[in-house]
Design a protein around this ligand. Sequence first.
Ligand code: ADP
Ligand code: C5P
Ligand code: MG
Length: 212
Amino acid sequence: MAFFTKGIAKLVTEAISKRKTPFITFVLGGPGSGKGTQCQKIAEVFNFEHICAGDLLREEMSSNSQNGAMIRSIIMEGRIVPSEITVNLLKKQIHSSGNNKVLIDGFPRNEENRIAFERIVGVEPDLVLYFYCPEEEIVERILKRNQGRIDDNIDTINKRLESFKKLSLPVIDHYTAEGKVYKINAVGSVDEVFQRIRPVFTSLRYATIMSA
Ligand code: ADP
Ligand code: C5P
Ligand code: MG
């Protein structure tokens, strides 16, 4: 069995490496729904590059770039950074990763993000994961996150939840209409949630071979 699995993995890697564009998975869900935690596990087990839009923006915010102060105030207010900035950071990271299987975590957050990505990067996602998590759980998780983030306070959390409902849900609806969304119940232990995701990427291996 181990040999069989290893053989399949090699075939998939070869099939994906023949693609002209990377295999892109967008990872969406409310703030604190566990996107980053699960992306780390997917990246490790299925050899994806994990690119987190929020992390790229926080790095940019802390650098001396001309956009740093603007990004800081937008993040503090739970609003969305202009797409041009985020998409160019993502594009650089996708190209420098050298991995053609990419998870893009926390993006696109609104329709403008989605359209800018298609225009600037020139590809559409193959798959969209949507982590569904009730608001009470979200608030509890974020208040316990303890990573020193400037936006992990109750005022900003409420604003981020509003942004998510108003701006991000329409993006999820868009991809649902295209049949690309896999909705995951994000409640449960980290391992329980991962067990719900695992079959998606396992079946992807087979699907990739079938269409190669
Ligand atoms: P997101 O990237 O969606 O904002 P994170 O992955 O950072 O979410 O998770 C938010 C917080 O909740 C973190 O402190 C993380 O350790 C914790 N967390 C993640 N998944 C779970 C889970 N399944 N159950 C409980 N806590 C979780
Ligand atoms: O995804 P994460 O929780 O790390 O995002 C933190 C903040 O970064 C968001 O609330 C938002 O202000 C900003 N962000 C953004 N555009 C994205 C991703 C994140 O403006 N695509
Ligand atoms: Mg995150």
